[in-house]
Write a protein that binds this ligand. Structure first.
Ligand SMILES: [Zn+2]
Length: 137
């Protein structure tokens, strides 16, 4: 009977990762294991608004997930700032509509680019706002 090298939980025959802590089982294929798909879902959460806090705050994320979570939170903070800025013009009817539409579109497109990066397993910054770091990792 095998036991997890990290937490000591009992492993079932054929398990690719520990059911308790997610530690990959040595010898099991990594690319098809739970850790890989978990990494992908956590990465996608990074770009779904406040859900970015989950991969950011949950311990033991891979550097890949953590980097995306930081990007997601930066995007979120930037969106909040933009919405406040747009709110300043809320008394100007047409301008307010244009600004809200642009802000909504920009945050949608940037989130989508982030999710595509995660899906392609690419650890890269978002365009335009990639260098803006409101929080550090
Ligand atoms: Zn374990």
């Amino acid at each position: 009977m095998a036991y997890c090298s990290k937490c000591g939980s009992q492993l079932n025959e054929g398990d690719k990762a520990c059911g308790n802590c997610g530690e990959p089982v040595p010898g099991a294929s990594r690319s098809t294991g739970n850790s890989s798909s978990n990494e992908m879902w956590m990465g996608i959460l990074s770009y779904l608004g406040v859900l970015a806090l989950i991969p950011y705050l949950v311990k033991d994320q891979t550097p890949f997930v953590h980097a995306h979570a930081v990007r997601g939170i930066n995007l979120l903070l930037l969106e909040v700032i933009v919405w406040v800025a747009v709110g300043v013009f809320s008394w100007v009817p047409v301008l307010n509509d244009i600004l809200s539409t642009l802000a909504g579109l920009a945050s949608f497109v940037l989130s989508l680019i982030g999710i595509i990066n995660v899906a392609n397993k690419e650890d890269k910054d978002l365009p335009f706002i990639g260098t803006i770091r409101l929080i550090k990792d």
